[in-house]
Ligand binder design. Sequence first.
Ligand code: NDP
Ligand code: 8X3
Length: 256
Amino acid sequence: NKVKLRKIALITGATSGIGKATAGQFAKNGYDLIITGRRKKRLEEIRKKMQEKYGVKVKSLVFDIRQLNAVKKALGSLEEDWLEIDVLVNNAGLASGFDPIFQGSTKDWDTMIDTNVKGLLYMTRLVSPKMVNKKRGHIINVCSTAGHEVYPNGNVYCASKYAVDALTKSMRIDLHKYNVRVSQVSPGHVEETEFAQVRFHGDKKKSKIYEDFQPLKSKDVAKVIYYIASQPKHVNIQDVLMMGTQQANSNFIDRS
Ligand code: NDP
Ligand code: 8X3
């Protein structure tokens, strides 16, 4: 009996925050990694660090997840022995802007929908056929509390995460008969990420949204993602909604 010992996880958006922490958790647990992002230098540093620290093999793929051709080219560059991906973590994503609907920037809207929804779809479309053929695999989407509840000025970001929630549920219907698990994690505020900096377009003052309470840390979410991936084959954790203790939901945070 040949037992497959090598395990491969592909994590999108691994240059910072939750994706980087998730790469660390999978590497620590012996997974070879494919890590992606647009920032080449950062990705290369993370690749080297993971290899040296955990002794696993790591591939880095630099591409913009919004560009279907770039996604195809990057995945197409993988050698045969990297194609059997066990876990796909669809993490790359962002909020861009924080404006009421009548003032929102359509450029921000395009960025969020193209990244959070279309990017996730492109990755899934290209990675899932092999999982279906092998009747084995796990796709874990990074959703958000914003995919379960809306909040003032959240409009398009929330809509993009509601779309992630809908896709997680419908992908599961399409894939469960092929023994492919589909799960998601839905965190509230998470620090040690660049999320706020990106949302507020680098405005340092506005980005200080985690100062007067203790949010989750990127590693807290990463550990849950790994926990989801490490369940016995007959168990599929469908969604984990998680928040810092001082956060009750999207709209109630104890900042006292
Ligand atoms: P970060 O900004 O720290 O990380 C976002 C990652 O996504 C980066 O690695 C970035 O890489 C990548 N990314 C963004 N746009 C693109 C693109 N066009 N092409 C390729 N990669 C891209 O934020 P987080 O770690 O917080 O975000 C990770 C996920 O977690 C997102 O989906 C976010 O919506 C979700 N989330 C975050 C929460 C939070 O409070 N922080 C809470 C709930 C969910 P690069 O810039 O190098 O391309
Ligand atoms: C990120 C958390 O509350 O800013 O998804 O939408 S929130």
